[in-house]
Ligand binder design. Sequence first.
Ligand SMILES: Nc1ncnc2c1ncn2[C@@H]1O[C@H](COP(=O)(O)OP(=O)(O)O)[C@@H](O)[C@H]1O
Ligand SMILES: [Mg+2]
Length: 547
Amino acid sequence: MDTNFSDLKKSKPRVLIVENNPTTRVAYQSLLMEWGYTPILAMGTGKLLLTDAKNKAFNNRCSLALIDLRIIDDDDEKDISGLTLAEEMGENLRPIILSGYENFNALRTMLQKHVEIEFVRKTESRDLLQKTLDTEAAKVTAARRKLVFENPEVLDEIAKSPLGKNTREYPDQIADVFAKLFPKATKLKLEKLELRPASSNISTVPRPNSVVLKVYEGDYEPYVVKLARTEKIQKEVDNYNNHIHRRLTGYFSARLERSATLWDIGGAAYSYVGEFDVKTFSRYYEEKTIPDIEECLTLFFGRIWGRHYEHAWEKDNVSLFKLYSQVWDNWYEKRKDDFFAGHFNGSDMFSKRLNIPEPVKWFREKIAESPNDLSLVEKTRIAITHGDLHGDNLLVDNKKNVWVIDFERCGEGHILQDFVELEADIFNRLEEHNDNFPAYFKMCFTVLKQEKIHEFDASETMSEDPRIEKALQTISALRALAAQHTKITDAREYLYGLLFNMMFRAAMIHKSDPHRKDQRSLLLAGLICDRLDHWDVPWPLAEMSLA
Ligand SMILES: Nc1ncnc2c1ncn2[C@@H]1O[C@H](COP(=O)(O)OP(=O)(O)O)[C@@H](O)[C@H]1O
Ligand SMILES: [Mg+2]
């Protein structure tokens, strides 16, 4: 389907017709065509009709449905199969239930349970049916709302983006998500957010699977709308409701105001955090000095997220690998073939030169596919973690308030996870601009050698390279906060987390750029493996040559 977002009025919403009487079915079909809809007919009788209805609704990404209340048995007063079908199709499809015979009591019960579902008697006039359909269609389709987008080209861009491609031949869903998110709007203005902040380096691997916009409705304060695949939005909304809403101290998280999902994509509307000159933590980190950075981190881990650490609990015999895998959607299983593919530009070069383990192999044999998973710990602590705490998911305003966003991976996790992740992000940021290998190695040694988690000595954070010095000081602050709030002391738990982050990143980089060599993340991973192999002896070993 070709959707012209600047002239949506011409598009004809797809309406599923589920009616067991073939004559009536065709009668509805011609009415709908006359009224400017695209009718989609479910065929067959009985259970087959129900199955066909579900298939066609999905295959055609229908927006609405006219559903006969009694689909299975016309003579059975208790048959409410049409309503059940409507319930099963959920939010994707706005149903209008048609009923021929009245059983007043049954109808009343249904109405009490489903105030939101429209019922029309089959004996009612055509005009009433048309009016009802138009009203319902205006709730869920931009076309029938006559919703005007001030800058429809933004929608065209989304339709062409990797996210938009998920809508296949039905990109009208993109406009309809906005119609559902803004049920009263007649006009919307979309503005692109400066997405991946133009800080001087590539921070994390881009994940082009979401689009974030600032959306203006009349003279209301704008919302930030995140569009993503339906399952992603549903997950984020559930996580928000379970772990963020009323569960963080203070009000320093973007407020989820509304959400809406369709067949392929959905949207979540957040309050805009930005009135006070907000920047991402990534940028803040680049621009500010250590005391400011430390203050932000202390606020976030100590107060805002602190409540989740206070409510942490102990768990025995935990494979840290498995724990992180749960949070990261089973990443290793999905990516391992890449790691072991012939063309993978692993870290052989580093490993041979430095005489340290080849991390991909080490990781597979000692952890991921090992019967004696090294990352199994006798006891650790579990907390609600953010799960994706990199520098673009924290925002800092000019009053030094820290705001947290992006809750797609929020849930139960290793209590150290968010500290580790932010630390990994700081490492990743060094990548682009750092050719000073001796200083980089020295940093790695400082970071990897400690046995107990604690801040570094002032002498250890000094470096001839100012970027590295800043990274070390920030990591030192993170370690101090981790020790204070997680009550985990053994630094190996930290190193496993860091190792998983580096392996995960290596896999992601490989996915987006299979030919990239010389991965810094694998170098760090190899050093971590070496450190873990020599836990009880002074490290680094003398034979590690800093070629
Ligand atoms: N509520 C908000 N207020 C201001 N800026 C936001 C808000 N939500 C997101 N952003 C900006 O959009 C970017 C991406 O949003 P995010 O929710 O992290 O989506 P993604 O899943 O694509 O990472 C953020 O890094 C931030 O710059
Ligand atoms: Mg994000």
